[in-house]
Structures are given as C-alpha cells and as structure tokens.
Design a protein around this ligand. Structure first.
Ligand SMILES: Cc1ncc(COP(=O)(O)O)c(C=O)c1O
Length: 283
C-alpha cells in the first residue's frame, strides 16, 4: 500500500499523548473564579469537586449504579488504585497492545507479583484476539491505546454475564468514544486527555456492586492510603437524595491540581493549593 500524505491536517499540530489541546474557545478567562489558596475541604472547594463529579456523570452518561471518584496521580493513579485494591481474588487476564497497557502488565506481574496472570499481547498497530479472553478471570485492558492509536471497536466482545471484573483504562477514550458502561466494572481517565485539562488528577468510575467484592476481598498486600478504595468515600448515585458526598482518599494533594475541568458545556475552573492526606467530603 502506498503511503500518501494526509490532505487534512490537525488544527493544533502539537500531538502528544497529553496534555491535549484546550477546547475551542478556551482562554485564561476560564480561570477567573479559580479557587486559589483554599483547602479542598472548604465549602467552595467541595462545591467545585462536586460539580466536577456531577458534570462527569452528566456528560459521560454514567449510569446511576456507578460511583465516581477523583483520585491523585492522574489516570495512572486511578488504574493502579483499581489494580492494587481489586486484583488477586481471581486469576487475571492482562491485555496489552501499546506501552501503557504493557505498564499495567508490569504492575500486576512484577510489582503486585500476582501468580495467576495470563497476558494477551499484540504488537503496535494490532489488537489481540478478543475472542480468546476468558471472562471468568478479571480482565484489565486499555480501550484506546494512545501511543499506537489502536482501540477496541466496541464492548460486544465482553459478555454481560461475566464472572470476572473488567477494569478499563479509558483515558484516551472517555469523552472521545462511546463507552458501554454495562460491560465495564471500572473505568478510569485523566483530565489531561480529551478534556485538555492539566495532568495530576485521575477519575475512577466503578460499578457499585464492587462494594460487595471489596467487603469480602482483602488484598494480601499492604496497600497505602493512596491506592485504597474505600466504599464510604464514594459519591452516591445521582438519583439519591443529596447527602454528604465523599471522595476517594488521597495521600497527596487532592486539591492542588484541580486546575481546570473544562467540558464543552462550560468551563469549571478550580484551583486550590492545600495539600492533605485525608478524605474529602462534600456537603
Ligand atoms: C492509554 C494510556 N493510559 C494511561 C496513561 C497515563 O495517563 P496519566 O499521565 O494521566 O497518568 C496514558 C498517558 O498518555 C495513556 O495514553
């Protein structure tokens, strides 16, 4: 096949795996009501956090039986929080077709040292055979491999009645592709990708039924607070009456990098500067 130069060029030619370009029309004006020098536990800080979570639910159409949390350490923090807290109860299938997927394989095999791990890998530009995935195991995969540009076509290859969990690094897919949440038990992303926000914060969206698993499953390793998922710290389903809304526990500055949370229906600039090691709750 002859390679021809694409006729259509990107409007912003600074391609990288992130941070991505700001949304059209973004300017520094978006930061005029940034919350500077305030704790993320302050009333205004909590309101910003709550708004970011609520907008995430609205825009991504996250089902009511999923909880949304904001976590430190960007998408990496969100994925690793899920791996460290949830894996180990069952055998695991790790799928990788670019560098970040391979990073999760290293996490699970070399850092967590889980024994019963099947790795399904494909080279750059390829997908592994999706029909080979055993869904009686917990399955970890990247929806859209940023560095290779290869993504899964849809979630049809994931059975609805699977026994294992599906943990999906969707950092380059959220807000860019439609995600079939019913097939995904954990979905992660960071603001620096499709939202064009700053790095540092991750989003962890997870099915409520994982709570059952968490109550029964105690990972056989010491988990630092940074990586623990604690059920009382998750926001409630949206249709429930408003009650104290809680977030993931963070061992670093939850507030510090809440710089911008821009979505197309309006900028929500947030900035706080206080570091903390405790849970955050919203009124
Ligand atoms: C597929 C994928 N997963 C994870 C990451 C890590 O994201 P972050 O830097 O937000 O932790 C990236 C970053 O480029 C990525 O492309």
């Amino acid at each position: 096949m002859a390679n021809t130069m694409p006729a259509m060029r990107p409007a912003v030619p600074h391609f990288s795996s992130g941070p991505c370009a700001k949304r059209p029309g973004w300017s520094l004006q978006a930061l005029t009501d940034a919350v500077l020098g305030r704790s993320h536990r302050s009333k205004i800080g909590k309101a910003k956090l709550k708004r970011a979570i609520d907008l995430t639910r609205d825009v991504l159409e996250v089902p009511a039986d999923y909880r949304i949390g904001i976590v430190p350490a960007s998408d990496t923090g969100a994925v690793e929080m899920a791996l460290w807290s949830l894996l180990g109860a069952r055998p695991v299938t790790m799928m990788a077709w670019e560098s970040f997927g391979e990073g999760w394989v290293t996490d699970v095999a070399k850092q967590l040292k889980l024994k019963d791990v099947t790795v399904l890998k494909a080279g750059y530009g390829q997908l592994p055979d999706l029909s080979k995935v055993d869904f009686s195991t917990d399955v970890v995969f990247t929806w859209n491999g940023t560095t290779s540009g290869v993504r899964v076509p849809n979630a049809d290859w994931i059975p609805a009645d699977r026994q294992g969990l599906t943990i999906c690094d969707a950092t380059s897919a959220c807000f860019a592709q439609t995600l079939d949440f019913a097939k995904l038990d954990v979905v992660t992303f960071s603001w620096q990708k499709a939202l064009g926000g700053e790095g540092a914060h991750g989003m962890l969206i997870r099915r409520v039924r994982l709570l059952d698993l968490l109550k029964r499953w105690a990972p056989p390793i010491v988990i630092d607070r940074h990586r623990r998922i604690i059920d009382e710290m998750i926001d409630p389903p949206i249709e429930q009456p408003i009650r104290p809304r809680r977030f993931f526990q963070s061992s670093n500055d939850v507030g510090h990098a809440f710089l911008t949370f821009d979505v197309c229906n309006g900028p929500v600039p947030v900035r706080t500067s206080v570091t903390s090691s405790a849970a955050t709750s919203c009124p």
